[in-house]
Design a binder for this molecule. Sequence first.
Ligand SMILES: Nc1ncnc2c1ncn2[C@@H]1O[C@H](COP(=O)(O)OP(=O)(O)OP(=O)(O)O)[C@@H](O)[C@H]1O
Ligand SMILES: [Mg+2]
Length: 244
Amino acid sequence: MIKLRHVDKQYAEHHALVDVSVDFPEHQTTVILGPSGAGKSTLLRSINLLERPQQGTMELNNLKINFAQQLSTKQVLAARRQTAMVFQSWNLFPHLTVLQNITEGPRYVLKQSAAEAQQRAHDLLKQVGLDETANRYPRQLSGGQQQRISICRALAMNPSYLLFDEPTSALDPELEAQVLRVLQQLANEQHSMIVVTHNMEFARRVADRLLFVEDGRIEFNGSSDEFFNHPTERIKAFLAAMKF
Ligand SMILES: Nc1ncnc2c1ncn2[C@@H]1O[C@H](COP(=O)(O)OP(=O)(O)OP(=O)(O)O)[C@@H](O)[C@H]1O
Ligand SMILES: [Mg+2]
C-alpha cells in the first residue's frame, strides 16, 4: 500500500502539489488524469523520490518517510527498490543488448546469478512477444519495442509498484496500442500500477480507480464508471477538451 498524507511540493515559482492525501491500494491500477501542468508527474516522481516534497508523509509498505526531514540514502534506495518507473521516452542503455539491459539491475542490485537473471529476462520478453530481440541493441528496435523492453526491465526488479509517466505519448498509434496491451495484461495480472496517461480509452478500460488532478489538488478520486458516466461539470469540460 502507498499512503500519502498532506504532501506539499513547492517549486521556486509554482505550488505543484497542494496538501495531497491519497492511497494507492495494492493489486489495482490507478490512472491519473488531468490537464498539462496539473502536477501529475510531480506526484508520481515524489513517490519514487525523484522529487522531494517539502511537507507531508509517505508510507510505502513498511517504509515510512517524512518529507519534512532529510532522507537517508537507505530510505531512498528502499523506496526506489519498491517502485519501478517507466518514463515517457524509453531510456534503455544504448551500449547494452536488450538482455543485458534487463539483467543488469537484477544481477547487481538484487544479486541474482547470471543464469537466474537471464531466465527471468527471457520469460518477460516472451510475455511481451519480443524474445527474439534479446541480443539486439536498442537502436535496432522500434520505439514501441523499446518501451515494451523498458517495461520488462522494470518488472525484472520485482517492484511492488510499477509507475508509468505517459508511457505511450512519444509513440505512433499502432505502437501505442502494442504498449497499452502490455499494460492491460499487467493490470489483468493484478500488478500494483499507477499510470499517468492522456489516453481516455485506456483509462476507461483498464483503471480500477481514477484520480483527476488539477492545480496540484486531487479533484476526483473514484471509479472509472463514476468518472466517465457521472462526471462533474469540470470533468465534463475536461473530457470534452480531450476530444477534437
Ligand atoms: N523542476 C521544476 N521547476 C519548476 N517548476 C516545475 C518543475 N517541474 C514542474 N514544474 C511546474 O510544476 C507544475 C506541475 O508540473 P508537472 O510536470 O507535475 O505537471 P503534469 O501534470 O505532469 O503536466 P503534463 O501533462 O504536461 O506532463 C507545472 O506548472 C510545471 O511548470
Ligand atoms: Mg507530466
